[in-house]
Design a protein around this ligand. Structure first.
Ligand code: SF4
Length: 309
């Protein structure tokens, strides 16, 4: 074990810390984490531990979600500039105004949203449970879906529900275009295509399966196929290769989330040494956001992976 890993392990014991790593962060950070997976699954797992400290190697809204679900624990993010451009595409003020335009609508927010936006929402959802959640809502209700227009359109297509979209999007996923996906498919005609619904709708017919990252891991493991094209942030390929060492995974195109790549081992160590940067959600906002999250958790659980180190 190298020096930096030893220091991280010593500090996490001393501080009774749990380290969380999203599927999109660098592989060495995923490897050293106590839990690796999707943002909500990680926050749920951390809440179930008796840790005093959570270090979330992910973007800011993820650390907020961990703080909302574990208000008694200290939550740190190793790089405070690691934000999510999609989450920042709608502010609380914009959502308030949008709700006033559609006063009868229920508001469903993707978990990739700020705590303030969650606090103004009726339900929260993940990419893995959005369809099931919306199916469970009253059929005669209009639904405002924020912030991702692509995931919202995917839910609309799968449910046939009256969904009003906010024009947000993930800059990392929208560069996975139809042309690029068709090109990589022509180079690997024997591969199964797994795409995330944050990808542009034009790409969906080219995908064999539209799945969340957690669902991609489960699908690849259970499938008899040996070769996959992965249309999402390629950090997930590290986890896929660990789960399925005998299978081949090909990036749909070159795209990364620069914010997720800010979470390095060095910054994780620095964070543990300095107890920086704390993410705390203001109590009233946290209580309201928690209500939207709890309603979702009653519908379907999220997926994450227990690690062995
Ligand atoms: S991959 Fe997209 S949605 Fe995920 S954190 Fe990066 S910008 Fe946000």
């Amino acid at each position: 074990m190298n020096n930096i890993a030893e220091k991280i392990n010593k500090l996490r014991k001393e501080k009774n810390a749990v380290i969380l790593a999203h599927n999109y962060v660098p592989g060495d950070v995923q490897d050293i984490a106590d839990f690796a997976g999707d943002s909500l699954g990680l926050s749920k797992q951390a809440a179930e531990t008796d840790a005093d400290l959570i270090v979330f190697c992910g973007v800011h809204f993820m650390a907020e979600t961990a703080s909302i679900l574990s208000p008694e624990k200290t939550v740190l993010i190793p790089d405070r500039t690691a934000g999510c451009p999609m989450a920042d595409m709608i502010t609380a003020e914009q959502l308030k105004a949008f709700k006033e335009e559609h006063p009868q609508a229920l508001v469903v927010c993707y978990v990739n949203s700020t705590a303030e936006v969650k606090a103004l929402s009726d339900y929260c959802c993940t990419s893995g449970n959005a369809v099931e959640l919306v199916k469970a809502l009253p059929a005669d209700k209009e639904i405002i879906f924020v912030p991702d227009k692509n995931l919202g359109a995917f839910v609309r297509e799968r449910t046939g529900r009256n969904i009003i979209l906010w024009p947000g999007y993930c800059p990392t996923h929208v560069v996975i275009t139809l042309d690029k996906l068709q090109t990589v498919k022509s180079q690997h005609p024997d591969a199964v295509v797994l795409a995330h619904p944050e990808c542009p709708p034009a790409t969906w017919p080219e995908a064999d399966f539209l799945l969340s990252t957690g669902q991609m891991l489960g699908h690849a493991e259970q499938s008899e196929a040996k070769k996959f094209i992965i249309a999402t942030e390629p950090g997930i390929i590290h986890a896929l290769k660990k789960r399925c060492p005998d299978k081949e995974f090909i990036e749909a195109c070159e795209t990364i989330c620069p914010n997720m790549k800010k979470l390095t081992l060095e910054k994780l160590l620095w964070s543990l040494e300095r107890d920086e940067y704390e993410v705390k959600v203001e109590k009233e906002v946290a209580q309201k956001a928690s209500r939207a999250l709890m309603r979702m958790l009653e519908v379907l659980p999220a997926t994450s992976t227990r690690k062995s180190n």
